[in-house]
Design a protein around this ligand. Structure first.
Ligand code: ARG
Length: 483
């Protein structure tokens, strides 16, 4: 890193790639060994600033920590340390004011260094002492990922809270519970909603788990084999808030497991959102009519004046495809790489940013749609047909000592007789029911209300009132965001 001065940024090798915007000289972190500059096509492929400029807050933060660590190690004199820290602060301010827009630099690290030259002159050339972009970018991206996970986690908790809020209001609404898309047994609307909330608690666990492994610090490992400067990495770890140090430079500079793991957690989260949105989309149709989306979360059709489209739900379902694509792109990127840094890894950021952006775009809209959803009690009730009580009848026969398999067959016969007569199972003629089993007419008479049926399933995790209420309370605690 010699040969730099504040006016000499286009020294050797910087034969002005065409990307140099607005006549500004590009800053280069390398070039001494080249006689000629990069060809335009190669330069366009190589540069990543358009994507990685988003890492500037992390890059500046890590640079500051690096300066402090170099100072502690005696590599920088105290006055140099002070000047560099002050310079980085001003670089941060300029970047916050938009200095990255249209910048000619290869990547965010080059940009930060160029701005630092502009602030403190030649001394900026000491910033990268013992540091490489390989440990630098791995550190920046881990910092960024930790922040992204924290933000997503808050949004997932808020979505969970929205489901819990609707569940509290929907405790007394009954509708068919479906398996195979067929009406199976009556359940509470609250129960359906919390069924979609539980996966979100697992998503949060997975995100926390991914964050735990992301909080490992590569900084101070240099390009491949460790830093040549006697820097205390635990100082860096504390300054940057990491849990521990990466144990091996070759591994850490090429390790993007934390990106892949985060992408998996996000792909599964998006899958859960997709299933929830898809189910609500069906329930919002005229065929079911169980829910009505608020105006603010419904869209119209350009041709059909009567339409009230659930675009938000369909997009939440559609976006999950992107997340799955991002995950497979990332694992595909990694699978052929040897240990250590390869430039392939530059692709990690576009993939991760897309996934995080997509999730952060989707979650608030889905939450809003759920918060403002109106359940339609009448439609839910109308979908409850008497066949949903078949299991209750079989259970009653079991109570009278009939083995369940036989009870199942007997009630099956009753259902068939009801179908043939075009009536519900409660309205089959007494003689017919009696012919199937002498106790059936009495049991039919004691079936009670839909609510009675639901209350008969009172095991923990069932859809009886107390069991659902217990789940609601557990989930409400789980989604409380600890600030
Ligand atoms: N822009 C690069 C990336 O995102 C930074 C690391 C470059 N390292 C290198 N040895 N060229 O991966």
């Amino acid at each position: 890193m010699t040969g730099h001065d504040s006016a000499g940024h286009d020294a050797p090798g910087a034969a002005s790639p065409a990307g140099a915007a607005g006549g500004r000289a590009p800053h280069q972190l390398w070039g001494g060994r080249f006689a000629l500059g990069l060809e335009e096509a190669a330069d366009r492929l190589n540069r990543s600033l358009a994507v990685d400029h988003r890492l500037w807050p992390q890059d500046v933060r890590a640079a500051r920590a690096w300066v402090l660590a170099l100072g502690r190690a005696g590599v920088l004199a105290p006055d140099e340390e002070v000047t560099l820290v002050g310079g980085l602060e001003r670089v941060g301010e300029r970047l916050a004011d938009g200095a990255a827009a249209g910048a000619p630099d290869e990547d965010v690290h080059t940009l930060v260094e160029r701005l630092l030259y502009e602030e403190v002159g030649e001394l900026a050339g000491k910033l990268n002492t013992g540091r490489s972009r390989n440990d630098q970018v791995a550190t920046d991206l881990r910092l960024w990922t930790l922040e992204a996970i924290a933000e997503i986690d808050r949004e997932v908790a808020a979505l969970g809270e929205a489901l819990v809020g609707q569940a509290r209001k929907g405790l007394d609404l009954l509708l068919p519970g479906y398996t195979h898309g067929q009406r199976a047994q009556p359940v509470r609307w609250a129960y359906v909603l919390v069924a979609h909330a539980w996966p979100l608690t697992r998503d949060r666990e997975r995100l926390a788990d991914a964050a735990g492994r992301t909080a490992e610090l590569p900084l101070g490992l240099g390009a491949v084999a460790g830093s040549g400067m006697p820097v205390d990495r635990t100082v860096l770890q504390k300054l940057l808030g990491f849990d521990r140090l990466s144990p091996n430079a070759l591994d850490a500079t090429g390790d993007r497991d934390f990106v892949a793991e985060t992408l998996f957690a996000l792909a599964l989260l998006a899958t859960h959102c997709s299933r929830l949105a898809g189910e609500l989309q069906a329930y919002a149709s005229s065929e079911y009519g169980f829910v009505r989306l608020a105006d603010g979360y419904s869209t119209g059709s350009s041709l059909l004046p009567q339409k009230r489209n659930p675009d938000v739900l369909e997009l939440a379902r559609g976006k999950a495809a992107r997340l799955l694509g991002d995950l497979s792109a990332m694992v595909g990127l990694l699978k052929g790489l040897p240990a250590g840094y390869s430039k392939d890894l530059q692709e990690d950021k576009a993939i991760l940013f897309d996934a995080v952006d997509t999730v952060l775009l989707t979650l608030p809209a889905l939450r809003g749609a759920i918060e403002t959803l109106e359940p339609v009690a009448g439609c839910m009730e109308r979908a409850l047909d008497q066949s949903l009580l078949a299991t209750d009848l079989a259970d009653k026969l079991v109570g009278a000592g009939v083995p369940f398999r036989e009870a199942h067959t007997l009630v099956g016969r009753l259902v068939r007789a009801a179908e043939a007569a075009g009536v519900g199972i409660r309205d089959v003629g007494t003689d017919v029911a009696q012919g199937i089993h002498p106790k059936l007419p009495g049991f039919i008479a004691t079936l009670g209300s839909w609510d009675d049926s639901v209350e008969r399933r009172a095991t923990a995790g069932g859809s009886a009132r107390a069991a659902v209420q217990a789940q609601i309370e557990e989930l409400a605690t789980a989604f409380q965001v600890v600030l």
